[in-house]
Design a protein around this ligand. Structure first.
Ligand code: NAD
Length: 495
């Protein structure tokens, strides 16, 4: 069986003493094994990244940018191959896998502008004969820990900016679908990135904890579930590191009575069931303002769901693939089967749908009369389950969302510009869509939620990533210009 190994300084390493299975979620079969790093494996990768740091930092900015221009080209040329790897281990349909690559390419394009991004500021003559300028310098070795659900896009969120800013990286991708990260690291190398600048180690908590505890790792970027994000933030900040830890989500889509209800139903089906709901920006709660809106949306969503094609991600006819593991599929199913006992009404029960495959498939579910306090509302389910919460007014919708501990994304569907503007002002969520169900910012903006969806101060990719992956330094300069100087023990004043 193929063994997926670490990639350290451009070489595949790691022994098969401790490994984990990598499934094909469409068949339920183990298709590969992945090595799990020991603390020593990770320390070796950190040492490689540390050794590569001075050379990479000294590489001219134009030459650094060249790597990203070439990487972009390679990602475009190899998109189908990479999408097939994503689909084989994650299960999402090929078009969706290609979609995540194209969103990741935006981060590479942003990084290619590094000459502009790393510009500092300069003020002449802040005092007589004295000038000041600021520079942005790399933080050092960066630890990057990524989730299973975007095996290429999330590693690109982190690696592109971190490397552009002159840092070196140890990437720990999800052990559930690790092959895409290795493929990506090889593309970086082919694009001209020197060995050791990007290293990949696989594994579990052992690998992650070694990154969090190493004094040579200066910053940690994490994306994953909220409990793990919180513990990573606490451990790494206690170790004096700069940390951004993005967590889970419960994204609400508000539909006002004046909205285009057909358009809203299309958007809800796409955003709730796309990628089998395994997206941190998936819509999992439909907030219908008024019973008429709720009844109408349920009817329209049900019509659309009846036509959905669920099957292997590699089949071009499939619109939705399987879930990532059998355990996760069973957990998702338990929310649906338990919903009636909590007082909700199961309109469509996806757990009863039969598939002629041992893959981790489940049908889509729609649950009405959901309220806070029910598990189906309170928990991030991360599967194709859409809950409908009925509220009477716009204010009720805002109060519901603002009371939720997650605050990643949200959207409002309305034809009224005034309502949309109020929503933008009132809502306590990091990313907001107006008639856009999945408002993932383009690469020139930064991505991040509020509250339990992000621990730390910096959002990820875009301008905030340049801030996160650099330290600023301010230099105050005086060159002798023949102006006489004198001793002055007072605090330096510029008047
Ligand atoms: P996860 O938290 O289980 O794993 C994420 C990473 O952390 C993996 O690399 C995993 O190996 C590692 N990990 C897991 N448990 C750990 C532990 N106890 N100690 C140290 N490391 C550990 O998340 P997942 O299931 O891979 O991904 C799905 C989750 O990620 C969902 O909650 C989803 O909302 C979230 N997510 C959030 C965003 C965002 O931008 N906010 C984006 C994508 C996914």
């Amino acid at each position: 069986m193929t063994l997926i190994r670490h990639l350290v300084e451009g070489r595949e390493t790691g022994s098969d003493r401790r490994t984990g299975p990598v499934f094909d979620p469409a068949t339920g079969e183990v298709q590969r094994e992945v090595v799990f790093a020991t603390a020593t494996d990770v320390e070796t990768a950190i040492a490689a990244a540390k050794a590569a740091l001075p050379g990479w930092r000294a590489t001219g900015l134009i030459k650094r940018a060249d790597v990203f221009f070439r990487l972009r080209q390679l990602l475009v040329e190899r998109q189908d191959e990479l999408a097939a790897i994503i689909t084989s281990e994650h299960g999402k349909v090929l078009s969706d896998a290609a979609g995540e690559i194209s969103r990741g390419i935006e981060n590479v394009e942003f990084a290619a502008g590094l000459v502009h991004l790393l510009k500092g500021e300069r003020s002449e003559q802040v005092s007589r004969g004295v000038d000041v300028h600021s520079v942005k310098q790399p933080v050092g070795v960066v630890g990057a820990i990524t989730p299973f659900n975007f095996p290429v896009m999330v590693p690109l969120w982190m690696t592109a900016s971190a490397i552009a800013c002159g840092n070196t990286v140890v990437l720990k991708p999800s052990e559930k679908d690790p092959s895409a990260a290795v493929f990506l690291a090889k593309l970086y190398e082919e694009a001209g990135l020197p060995a050791g600048v990007l290293n990949v180690v696989h594994g579990d908590k052992v690998a992650v904890d070694t990154l969090l505890d190493s004094p040579d790792v200066k910053a940690v970027s994490f994306v994953g579930s909220t409990p793990v994000a919180k513990s990573i933030y606490e451990r790494a900040t206690a170790n004096g590191k700069r940390v951004q830890a993005l967590g889970g989500a419960k994204n609400h889509m508000v539909v006002m009575a004046d909205a285009d209800l057909d358009g809203a139903a299309d958007a809800a089906v796409s955003a709730a069931y796309g990628s089998a709901g395994e997206r941190c920006m998936a819509v999992s709660v439909l907030v219908a303002v008024g019973d008429h809106v709720a009844d109408s949306l349920i009817e329209k969503v049900s019509e659309r769901v009846a036509a959905l094609k669920i099957g292997a991600g590699s089949d071009p006819a499939s619109e939705m693939g399987p879930l990532i593991t059998r355990e996760h599929r069973d957990k998702v199913a338990s929310y649906v089967t338990g919903a009636e006992a909590e007082g909700a009404r199961v309109v469509i029960d996806g757990t009863t749908q039969q598939f002629d495959s041992n893959g981790f498939f489940i049908g889509v579910s729609l649950i009405d009369q959901v309220k806070p306090g029910m598990k189906v509302y309170d928990d991030e389910i991360f599967g194709p389950v859409l809950a409908v919460v009925r509220v009477e007014t716009y204010d009720d919708a805002v109060a519901l969302i603002n009371a939720n501990p997650y605050a990643n994304g949200t959207a409002i569907f309305t034809r009224d510009g005034g309502t949309a503007r109020r929503f933008e002002v009132d809502i306590e969520v990091g990313m907001v869509g107006v008639n856009v169900p999945i408002p993932v910012p383009v690469g020139a903006y930064s991505f991040g939620g509020w509250k339990n969806s992000l621990f730390g101060d910096s959002h990820i990719y875009g301008p905030e990533s340049v801030h996160f992956y650099t330290r600023s330094k301010v230099v105050t300069t005086r060159w002798p210009d023949h102006t006489p100087t004198q001793v002055d023990l007072g605090f330096p004043s510029n008047h």
